[in-house]
Design a protein around this ligand. Structure first.
Ligand SMILES: *Cc1c(COP(=O)(O)O)cnc(C)c1O
Length: 378
């Protein structure tokens, strides 16, 4: 099955009792048993729900994984994954990380005795040097947020594997339509399905897909034990969103390319971070590992101040000032004060995240309207 066909059919079956083409929303907390522990595969809805199962099979199919486990949010999925680790274990990750991931690592797991080293993962030598005898996991995010750097997944897998280190890729920014890390050797893929998979800014949801038995057993245990599970309605919404993933993301990418070109040649813009630009430092790696360059971009202003960024952002009409990304509508945000507000200023600036940096998530509107909107805001 090719990818676009998968977004409609992967793991999907016609519902037996009614012939429903879409899986029903099984709004139930428990399931009747014929005798103790004799049932149709479901005993209690924290552990499993048929609507959730349909979505898990779909996401596993999209990522080319054997299995998937769904959670009530992206960070809940990360939280469950990280609980595989034990005090003393060490994690290597990127210094250009989603703010919520940074908070989870440093404020929750560090106090429990798990060590993290934050590096520039585009620097493979730095990745090699960061490994210690306790390193168990490499947490990769690419494209990175909000600087849109591209990390070479295959190269990092090649460093991790011989050292028995698991590699997990946060694939939220690319979506499986553009990038499938498991095909590149990664052990697991994590999604904030709140973003491109859901695609309509109407649901919070997370998922991990993997073919690694140890990871999946741990996640099933966490689903049952930690209980950060999504409701059936939320699973239905994500599954519905996935049906149009290909067409939505492709339109957004086409728009993003035009917007990147427009910004690149604008006199008030200092720099544009978009992997599709030939000037992007990892343009070739993006070409190698992504099917196209994504619909996220960020840029800085010649007037590098929070005030200039704020004034720009309050002047757009179609770009709504909001956190999040990956929906059909275009969004604009200011990482330094919003998504990355929990990262101390010196850490933030060291990672290259400037005061005037503006991030946009390009939606599926008409490109000309979006460009006119940005033009007017300058
Ligand atoms: C949004 C996001 C998360 C967290 O997901 P939630 O669904 O908001 O919990 C993790 N990683 C990335 C890259 C994200 O954009």
């Amino acid at each position: 099955m090719r990818f676009n066909t998968k977004t409609i059919h992967a793991g999907q079956e016609i519902e037996e009792t009614s012939g429903a083409v879409m899986p029903p929303i099984f709004q139930t907390s428990t399931y009747a048993q014929k005798a103790p522990n004799v049932h149709q595969g479901y005993d209690y809805a924290r552990v499993g729900n048929p609507t959730r199962t349909a979505l898990e099979k779909m996401i596993a199919g999209l990522e080319g994984a054997d299995e998937c486990a769904c959670f009530s949010s992206g960070v809940a999925a990360m939280d469950a994954l990280m609980k595989m680790l034990r005090p003393g274990d060490h994690v290597v990750t990127t210094n250009d990380l989603y703010g919520g991931s940074y908070r989870l690592f440093t404020k929750v797991f560090e106090p429990y005795g798990i060590d993290f080293t934050f590096i520039d993962m585009t620097d493979l030598k730095a990745a090699e040097e960061a490994i210690t005898e306790n390193t168990r996991l490499m947490w990769i995010e690419t494209p990175t947020n909000p600087l849109l750097r591209i990390v070479d997944i295959e190269a990092l897998v090649n460093i991790a594997k011989p050292n028995d280190i698991l590699t997990v890729v946060d694939n939220t920014f690319a979506s499986p339509y553009l990038q499938r890390p498991i095909e590149m050797g990664a052990d697991a893929v994590m999604h904030s399905a709140t973003k491109y998979l859901g695609g309509h800014s109407d649901v919070i949801h997370g998922a991990v897909a993997s073919s690694n038995k140890e990871i999946m057993e741990n996640l099933r245990f966490q689903v049952k034990t930690g209980g950060a599970v999504p409701g059936p309605m939320d699973c239905y919404l994500v599954l519905r969103g996935i049906k149009t993933l290909s067409v939505r993301v492709q339109r957004s990418v086409d728009n993003a390319k035009k917007i990147a070109d427009f910004l690149y040649s604008h006199p008030k813009v200092d720099s544009v971070n978009y992997p599709g630009l030939e000037s992007h430092p990892q343009h070739q790696i993006a070409k190698k590992q992504m099917d196209d360059f994504g619909a996220m971009l960020s840029f800085t202003l010649k007037d590098d101040s929070i005030e200039a960024a704020n004034s720009f952002m309050s002047s757009t009409h179609y770009f709504t000032l909001a956190e999040s990304l990956g929906g059909v509508e275009s969004l604009i945000s200011h990482p330094a004060s919003m998504t990355h507000g929990s990262i101390p200023r010196d850490v933030r600036e060291k990672a290259g995240l400037k005061d005037s940096l503006i991030r946009i998530s390009v939606g599926i509107e008409d490109a000309d309207d979006l460009i006119n909107d940005l033009d007017g805001a300058f």
